[in-house]
Write a new protein. Sequence first.
Length: 263
Amino acid sequence: MTKPPTPGHPAMPRLHLLGVARLPEPGTGTDLQLQYRKGWALLGYLAVERGRRHPREQLAGMLWPRLDATAARTNLRQVLSNLQQLFRGLGFPDLIRADKTTIGVIPEDPSALLFDIDLLDPLLVDEADVVERLLGSGGWQHRGLFLEGVCVPDSTDFEDWLGFTREHFLRREIRLMCALRDRFRDLGKRMEAIEIGWRIVRIDAWNESHHRALMLLLSEDGAPHAVQRVYTDLERTLRMHLHCAPSPETSELYARLLPALSP
């Protein structure tokens, strides 16, 4: 059973699965290289589905659906061996646990924050604690989708799981960034809030609530041209991709802000 989130500022994980996946070596920071392309797919799946043991047959069938069972299990065994070797070098010799029939990422401490995705898991850490930790470290940098560039095109099961998981973590990232933006604003750190606001609208360009929040921040900063840019960029994006105009709520806010900012 997963422990409840521990209060306090969480340590920042050093194993990265968001964006281009990376496993930096302790001390040097050099990225360790996986021997097999599907190693990232296996690691990503096990990391997301942590705390559970998965049947080898399921994993082999998911990652090598076109091979017979014996060949698929052989490939799985080779990929697993490489991952376990790398994690011993990272100082996590027992993180990936395996027996003759199952494999799983089973941390000794179920609440340990090991991967960057763990900071987005409300079962592991409170969002407010993550926000407070990020205030002094330059905010949250969006590095790309979960397992950026990884694919298993011959596996519908894995690709379906990957698409859902990418969308899930992207939504969690945006939620965290919005909370961080609002916290910076509450602290009077408007420039930091505006910077994150720009990042959010670039990531989630069709969500008008993000544009409204950014326009309000820019209006508080006395930047009418920037407010206008946010609105016109949104208007262009919506017309180009969705063939519609901004909502009345957004248009009314824009109309209200511009006169107030006029000299």
